[in-house]
Design a protein. Structure first.
Length: 91
């Protein structure tokens, strides 16, 4: 696979295997990515993805019709990929 795009990352975060999720890096600077999933009382939520190196951030809102990304079910609502490519919960 060539250089990963933001679209590739989105697909992997939703439908990827644990190994695929742990392989993602920022497509701009190859930095470590972190995510934060927030669930609200009205069954809506937000998913925030950010790069620790270049500080790029993406925030998306999820309606009650959308399932949380698969990475949330695998690794929890807050996680980052560390230097050893092992996901560690941050909260």
């Amino acid at each position: 696979m060539g250089k990963m795009t933001w679209d590739d990352i989105e697909v992997i975060l939703y439908d990827g295997t644990p190994e695929e999720i742990m392989s993602i890096r920022c497509p701009v600077c190859e930095g470590i990515l972190s995510y934060d999933y927030q669930k609200y009382d009205d069954d809506e939520g937000a998913f925030i993805l950010s790069c620790e190196k270049c500080k790029l951030m993406s925030k998306g809102y999820l309606s009650d019709l959308h399932e949380p990304p698969g990475c949330v079910e695998l690794f929890g609502v807050n996680a980052r990929i560390d230097k050893d490519l092992k996901l560690k919960k941050t909260a």
